[in-house]
Design a protein around this ligand. Structure first.
Ligand SMILES: Cc1cc2nc3c(=O)[nH]c(=O)nc-3n(C[C@H](O)[C@H](O)[C@H](O)COP(=O)(O)OP(=O)(O)OC[C@H]3O[C@@H](n4cnc5c(N)ncnc54)[C@H](O)[C@@H]3O)c2cc1C
Length: 337
């Protein structure tokens, strides 16, 4: 079920649920359109948008779930319901964030936009010693005034034995616009003293994913590999907490050669390290709870941490669950009951 049709006026597409983010993105691009998908192209678009979703274009258009105009859903009682702002509004609300709970979506009407300009990217590799400076400066960029909607900041702790003995910090500034503007945006970071600076320009939007090793051919999409996704929502970076996380990473990486791994015997070591990292980051948030993106929840969270801390949210979702799926037929993923 991978059908996709763009509406005559070009404002939305209707698609079936079997598409991955990459398939949706490329089919739209071929028709002069783009929209928000997940940033890793091999994951299915359904799971992503039913849980909210994160993707490169979210700064411009909102989350994947914000693009949903209408869904057709086969309910637990076998009937077909249409959910939109006009019909079954409560179900429509629930589907956009807790959507794994209420039925099987067979068709989605989704906002699309004219395909955008080319992108530029700066990849800066810093020694671990620069961590505090990088994240202190990054906190400046988080203020709404100085952070353009088309700028994505992305950080990875990694190994580059050709450049440094200790793990390095790879920072990507991914920008929807031309190189001159990006040079301006990245100059304060470069001035911190990067070990390596690579600039890329004139990048077509679909090609960004290969450059950032999150397309279907990338290691993150390889079948049979182990990876652990943990999440924490932060309003600001804590350089102290990130230093502690870096130290754990630095320690683990000397024992286990890769983060995405195939040898199951690494699992206990890596899981324990990532649990420690998560605890440190959550504590640094000052929120007192581990707020989670629905699709990165690992099962040790409360419903309020997954679906929202205002009590009325979980209460309303539970009411909807008992209305639409009283016997819990759709309890495969983070069930509300
Ligand atoms: C390698 C990798 C990369 C990722 N990258 C991103 C990313 O860039 N952005 C992001 O936001 N998330 C990302 N995620 C997390 C992702 O959102 C979740 O893993 C999500 O569950 C994937 O959905 P799926 O459709 O591929 O998986 P599935 O296992 O098919 O679906 C997950 C759940 O969604 C429900 N579901 C699926 N289809 C339907 C349907 N038609 N109707 C009703 N319910 C349905 C089911 O409950 C199912 O258990 C990534 C995950 C991985 C493993």
């Amino acid at each position: 079920m991978k059908g996709i049709t763009v509406s005559g006026d070009g404002a939305y597409a209707e698609f079936q649920p079997g598409l991955t983010s990459g398939e949706l993105l490329r089919a739209l691009w071929a028709q002069g359109k783009e929209t928000v998908t997940g940033s890793c192209l091999c994951a299915g678009i359904m799971g992503i948008m039913l849980g909210g979703g994160h993707g490169y274009l979210q700064g411009l258009y909102g989350f994947p779930t914000d693009q949903i105009l209408e869904m057709r859903v086969v309910l637990a009682n076998g009937t077909l319901a249409v959910a939109s702002a006009e019909e079954n509004e409560d179900l429509f609300w629930g589907l956009r964030g807790a959507g794994h709970n209420f039925g099987i979506v067979t068709l989605t009407r989704y906002k699309v936009y004219p395909s955008g300009p080319k992108w530029s990217q700066a990849r800066l590799v810093f020694p671990g010693s620069h961590l505090e400076q990088i994240f202190t400066l990054s906190n400046d960029y988080l203020s709404i005034d100085s952070h353009p909607a088309g700028l994505i900041l992305w950080y990875v702790f990694s190994r580059r034995p050709d450049l440094a003995q200790e793990p390095v910090i790879v920072m990507d500034l991914i920008y929807r616009g031309d190189l001159a503007e990006l040079e301006n945006l990245s100059s304060r970071f470069i001035a911190l003293g990067a070990l390596e600076v690579s600039m890329y320009t004139e990048i077509e939007y679909p090609d960004l994913y290969k450059l950032n090793t999150i397309d279907e051919t990338s290691v993150v999409c390889k079948k049979g590999a182990y990876r652990h996704l943990f999440r924490s929502y932060l309003k600001r970076h804590s350089p102290e907490a990130l230093r502690a996380v870096y130290n754990i990473f630095s320690n683990v990486i000397t024992r286990t050669p890769v983060w995405t791994y195939y040898n199951e015997s690494y699992a206990a070591d890596i899981l324990s390290a990532t649990q420690d990292m998560k605890r440190i980051i959550v504590e640094s948030s000052g929120e007192g709870q581990q707020n989670s993106y629905v699709n990165y929840a690992v099962g040790d969270e409360t419903l309020a941490e997954i679906y929202g801390s205002a009590p009325w949210r979980v209460e309303k979702l539970k009411r909807l669950k008992s209305q639409y799926d009283p016997q819990g037929k759709f309890n495969f993923y983070l069930p509300l009951a």
